[in-house]
Ligand binder design. Sequence first.
Ligand SMILES: Nc1ncnc2c1ncn2[C@@H]1O[C@H](COP(=O)(O)OP(=O)(O)O)[C@@H](O)[C@H]1O
Ligand SMILES: [Mg+2]
Length: 259
Amino acid sequence: MSTRPAIVVDGITKSYGDLAVLTGVDLTVGKGSIFALLGSNGAGKTTLVRILSTLLRADGGAASVNGFDVSAQGAEVRGAISLTGQFAAVDEVLTGRENLALVARLRHVPRPDRIADELLERFSLADAGGRRAATYSGGMRRRLDIAMSLIGDPLVVFLDEPTTGLDPQARLEVWAAVRGLAAAGTTVLLTTQYLDEAEQLADRIAILHEGRIIANGTLAELKRLLPPAKVEYVERQPTLEEIFLAVVGDRNKERKVAS
Ligand SMILES: Nc1ncnc2c1ncn2[C@@H]1O[C@H](COP(=O)(O)OP(=O)(O)O)[C@@H](O)[C@H]1O
Ligand SMILES: [Mg+2]
């Protein structure tokens, strides 16, 4: 396909005083794809996201979002994106529906109440829409936050560690919401410290380490970087996460039967 990429990052550098955080980052994100920027705590993920969303200026290099240069065309970039951080923008005093309608009014979107109802439905929050956000679980709150970020139909959504601090069930709910975004054509750049999150969600994965992208590709391409796996005839053990979810799922079913 010859369509222009949604995000192009070319040799971006950034230091805080003596601390060189990004020392020449290059990457390209295709339109409508989910791209995971994987890196440990302090690797510089948030710094890069802040540069791409025009909140922070790079020291060197260039980057564009939807064809607009992040340093020279900030307003156009901001018009094309939304950013959801680790710390949600949800107002606890308002209901889910009120939070959405408020953002819609602030962004001058026509028919805010209708948009609110559509997004509640899309993120499986319709039943909870009339409840104050303070009563929501972590997963519901994060879903509401992502829903809020979609008002105005951004072409590119930045999700900075969307599941950090969530329990396993809530993570799965957020993953489903992220997959839904990409299915609807939105480009998603998410940062994560979790290998399984990148593995489950992303079309492409880039590993940010010591200021640079040290690996970049599809999961299959990244797997080829490793020596071929030896075939061993052992039963596959379930992961702790699978066990946790199976046990919790059974208990939820029991509770529903009992009530
Ligand atoms: N405003 C700042 N001033 C000084 N150092 C900062 C600032 N923001 C981040 N850092 C440092 O830069 C490094 C990268 O931070 P960050 O981009 O937040 O990483 P990540 O999001 O991958 O955890 C860390 O060492 C952090 O302490
Ligand atoms: Mg961060």
